[in-house]
Design a binder for this molecule. Structure first.
Ligand SMILES: *[C@@H]1O[C@H](CO)[C@@H](O)[C@H](O)[C@H]1NC(C)=O
Length: 291
């Protein structure tokens, strides 16, 4: 009995990395919660009116004032979370065959605001997206603003000015990433959001649950571009994914399940339009290999 068994290196590694992973997940969970409580859109809340955004335009109807007929739930209305996300994303398709950057980023801000309270895994994805939105906004309003009003203009300018990274090579300082590369990273995250929301909206009883569907969407859209550690963290975060019913309730408070599903299908469709347009623009310019 006198032999002290030294823990093999592997055990040593596990004993340190498991508490570390649990700690990381806890942080993830806590940050998601704190973001969630800052949101004004609880499951039973009225349509959300966060402070600091521009007041929306009240459209003057020509008809007399009457009780609005309930054709669609408040979440897709002008003050609803989904409505406020879809409007700028529609607007960014205005230049024919191009993507307007300012409305694209406004759409992204609303998308982040919408996704963050839905659960820790969304918070995990959106925190990164938010940094990129801010970085691109700095260019849209920066000294070279004239070149950053649309995707095509930005790509042409960055190509001309030699600002693009070598394909596949990450910039030494991620904060100095070209606008085109930052957009590409956002574009992939948009794809994940679109696939996930669409699957949550259309999933059938007895089919795979929402967490599995969104986890599959992650593996298709983002996984191949993420390092191992991020993929593992995401995989664990998906274990705590909310159920479909809960997601629908959060996405469209006060609506029936059918209304909420229809609203999410519409929102995902808008994201798909934006994704398709962006995808073909990036592909035409050989920019899908930037990262
Ligand atoms: C997006 O593109 C795909 C593939 O080209 C196509 O199947 C799909 O219908 C398009 N979606 C929209 C909303 O246009």
């Amino acid at each position: 009995m006198g032999v002290a068994v030294r823990p093999p290196a592997l055990r040593h590694w596990f004993s340190h990395s498991i508490p570390l992973a649990i700690f990381a997940l806890l942080l993830l969970y806590l940050s998601a919660r704190s973001l969630g409580t800052r949101s004004c859109c609880g499951p039973r809340a009225q349509p959300c009116v966060p402070g600091g955004t521009a007041p929306f335009q009240v459209r003057q109807e020509s008809g007399p004032l009457e009780a609005p007929e309930r054709k669609q739930p408040p979440c897709v209305g002008p003050r609803g979370m989904l409505g406020r996300m879809m409007r700028p994303f529609h607007a960014n398709l205005k230049p024919e065959g191009d993507v307007g950057l300012s409305p694209y980023l406004a759409g992204w801000r609303a998308l982040v605001e919408f996704l963050t309270p839905l659960g820790s895994v969304f918070a995990f994805a959106t925190r990164e997206a938010f940094t990129k939105v801010t970085a691109l906004e700095a260019r849209v309003h920066g000294p070279d603003a004239e070149h950053y009003w649309s995707l095509a203009a930005m790509a042409a300018w960055e190509q001309r000015a030699g600002l693009l990274e070598q394909p596949g090579a990450a910039p030494r300082d991620p904060a100095r990433s070209s606008g085109s590369r930052t957009l590409l990273l956002l574009h992939r995250a948009l794809r994940w959001s679109q696939l996930c929301l669409h699957r949550v909206a259309t999933g059938t009883l007895g089919g795979p649950d929402a967490g599995v569907q969104c986890s599959d969407a992650y593996r298709a859209a983002l996984g191949p571009h993420h390092p191992w550690l991020v993929r593992q963290t995401a995989r664990l975060a998906f274990l705590a994914f909310p159920g479909r019913r809960r997601l629908l309730e959060l996405a469209c408070p006060g609506a029936t399940e059918a209304e909420a599903r229809a609203a999410l299908v519409r929102a995902a469709g808008t994201l798909e339009d934006v994704y398709n347009r962006t995808q073909s623009l990036l592909a035409e310019r050989g920019l899908l290999q930037l990262a």
